[in-house]
Design a protein around this ligand. Structure first.
Ligand code: CA
Length: 235
């Protein structure tokens, strides 16, 4: 990619939009700021930003609805801003597909750090396992096409759900702690909010049902058993 990456800031509070924009510009990004969901959707279609910072509460449209609409056509990383802690389960728990979130008020330096780590995670050179496929019982996961199948059925996972499942499958037999998973999947280099990991695991289990290979290791983290001994009995 040539030139600075474009970041779209969707925020109706002018003071927040302007300081976020300032910090991002100082970090070397191009920034567009828009105050409404409608303008955001137009901007996404017109300019293909590298990342979107999306306020949850906008005057014309819910941030979650905007996120869903963007996800229909794009995998662009989305970092959500929320005013309340209780919204977190909603943001990362539903099939919204946000990549990360920050609760207001936040430190702008942390915002920039999160933006960098989300972009690092989604950069093309990180797709190191292009053609790799992992099979585990009925579960088949393809890194290059980012597809997950259980038998014949394709399962739609949000981007971070996919990355988390891949990380655990790629380390079959090893226990990964929540902090290790945060670092590997979300790119945090500090101890972050490990609830993010738990919520994503819950979603993966819900979507995969009996085919979910993830085992909780109490007090430690999660793992995938090295091999599934026998297929689940037919119901
Ligand atoms: Ca707002």
């Amino acid at each position: 990619m040539s030139g600075p990456q474009l970041i779209l800031v969707v925020e109706d509070e002018a003071s927040i939009a302007s300081f976020v924009s300032l910090y991002l510009k100082n970090a070397g990004y191009d920034v567009r700021a828009v105050p409404t969901g409608g303008a955001a959707l137009n901007q996404v279609a017109a300019e293909l930003p590298s990342l979107i910072i999306l306020d949850l509460n906008l005057p014309d449209m819910d941030g979650i609805e905007i996120c869903r609409r963007i996800r229909k056509s794009s995998d662009v990383p989305i970092l959500m801003l929320t005013a309340r802690d209780e919204d977190v389960d909603k943001i990362i728990g539903l099939e919204v597909g946000a990549d990360d979130y920050l609760t207001k008020p936040f430190n702008p330096r942390e915002l920039v750090a999160r933006v960098k780590s989300v972009l690092r995670r989604s950069a093309p050179e990180r797709r190191r396992d292009e053609s790799r496929e992992i099979r585990h019982g009925d579960l088949v996961i393809n890194a290059g096409r980012r597809e997950v199948f259980v038998g014949e059925d394709e399962i739609q996972l949000a981007p971070k759900e996919f990355d988390l499942l891949w990380e655990l499958l790629d380390h079959r037999g090893l226990v990964l702690t929540r902090d290790q998973l945060l670092e590997r999947v979300w790119g945090y280099t500090f101890a972050g909010d490990t609830r993010t990991v738990d919520v994503h695991v819950r979603q993966i289990r819900r979507k995969l049902g009996d085919a979910s290979p993830i085992v909780t290791v109490w007090g430690v983290g999660y793992k995938v058993a090295s091999e599934r001994s026998s297929p689940a009995p037919a119901a």
